[in-house]
Design a protein around this ligand. Structure first.
Ligand SMILES: NC(=O)c1ccc[n+]([C@@H]2O[C@H](COP(=O)([O-])OP(=O)(O)OC[C@H]3O[C@@H](n4cnc5c(N)ncnc54)[C@H](OP(=O)(O)O)[C@@H]3O)[C@@H](O)[C@H]2O)c1
Length: 337
């Protein structure tokens, strides 16, 4: 059994992670970390865990966390996460960081998009980007896994195989994404207030969303030239799920069948990524670690629709997939495909 600690367990990704780890045959949940000083039972914060996990939230120091756990999942906001990880990693634990802190390889790019200096820049070189379908071999030997962002997961899984096959050009690429409200976390914000978000539909972060350089970085790994996408996220009045519609230009005369055949071939041994005949919907993948894709040739352009559950394949499910890779268990352990 691997002893695990979850930092930020009171949040949305923390809850999903706990539900998955509770049924993991090789994981022992040994600490739930929070800034709260009282030992609040986790079931008070997440009533759905009543009778499932009987542990309190505790305000532990990095040393105390490392004494209790061999593998730590950080579900903290960015900046706070790197500050914690920088103290944990020298204590010999493995870390799977769900925040954005170790995803970008360049500290200057991080500073430009996150508007503060990186708290732990030297580790950006050793962190491994944890998208198993694209970086599996690097993840196996990692100590620090940077779990990918939810939007970047949906976009990269849709486009990387077509770039790698030389079927689409590195530019222009346009990614039009829609997310449910849980993507913003549990902390209340005015635009997430029910009367603001309900029966509304809005674009946000136009030209400035922090997932844009992350998508660029991943797609550039699969392209002969650097990729700079146009990525626009939208807030949709649903609780969970992401649908990304990705537009690109073909490099030659490719058909819908050829595009889907290329995606199917790339993912033929993947338990969690599937190419569907019909256009996928978020409901098809809700509460699962799956990504569904469907490509179309439309008036000379290439279009790929990609759906994931932002809290599972976009966060906690991917984290458990990475946990399985780190310790050599089947990737589907605790994650029914
Ligand atoms: N939501 C998604 O769909 C999603 C997808 C992919 C990645 N992520 C990333 O995963 C991380 C967690 O997201 P989430 O949605 O679970 O967020 P969340 O619901 O807001 O939970 C984060 C938890 O971290 C703790 N926390 C908040 N601010 C903190 C601070 N300044 N210092 C230390 N602890 C702090 C809080 O716990 P206490 O108050 O108990 O200390 C909070 O419950 C974020 O970095 C997010 O960007 C989220």
């Amino acid at each position: 059994m691997i002893r695990t600690a979850i930092i930020g367990a009171s949040g949305y990704t923390g809850l999903e992670l706990l539900k998955l780890l509770a049924r993991h045959p090789h994981a022992q949940i040994s600490a739930l970390v929070s800034r709260q000083t009282e030992r609040t039972p986790i079931s008070t914060v997440h009533p759905s865990l009543t009778g499932v996990i009987d542990l309190p939230l505790e305000n532990l120091t990095p040393v105390q966390i490392a004494e209790r756990a061999e593998c730590v999942f950080s579900c903290l906001p960015h900046a706070a996460s790197a500050e914690m990880c920088a103290q944990l990693l020298p204590l010999g634990v493995k870390v799977i960081d769900l925040s954005a802190d170790y995803r970008l390889r360049d500290a200057d790019v991080y500073q430009q998009w996150y508007a503060h200096k990186h708290p732990d820049p030297t580790r950006l070189k050793t962190a491994v980007y944890g998208l198993p379908e694209l970086y599996r071999e690097q993840i196996r030997g990692a100590t620090l896994v940077a779990n990918p962002g939810c939007y970047p997961t949906s976009a990269a899984l849709a486009l990387a195989p077509l770039l790698k096959a030389g079927m689409i050009a590195p530019e222009p690429i346009v990614i039009d994404s829609k997310s449910g409200v849980s993507g913003a976390g549990r902390d209340p914000k005015p635009h997430l207030h029910y009367p603001e978000a309900n029966e509304n539909f809005s674009a946000y972060g136009v030209g400035s969303h922090r997932h844009m350089p992350e998508i660029d970085q991943t797609l550039s790994d699969f392209s002969p030239q650097p990729v700079a996408v146009v990525f626009t996220p939208h807030l949709v009045p649903m609780t969970r799920g992401i649908l990304s519609t990705c537009y690109a230009e073909p490099t030659r005369d490719v058909s819908t069948d050829e595009l889907n055949a290329t995606l199917r071939k790339f993912y033929e041994h993947e338990p969690f990524v599937h190419v569907t005949d019909q256009l996928p919907t978020v409901r098809d993948v809700a509460y699962t670690n799956r990504c569904h894709l469907a490509a179309r040739r439309v008036r000379g352009h290439v279009l790929v629709v990609s759906v994931i559950d932002n809290l599972i394949k976009g966060a906690a499910g991917a984290a458990v997939q990475n946990f399985n890779l780190l310790y050599g268990w089947p990737e589907t352990t605790a994650l029914s495909p």
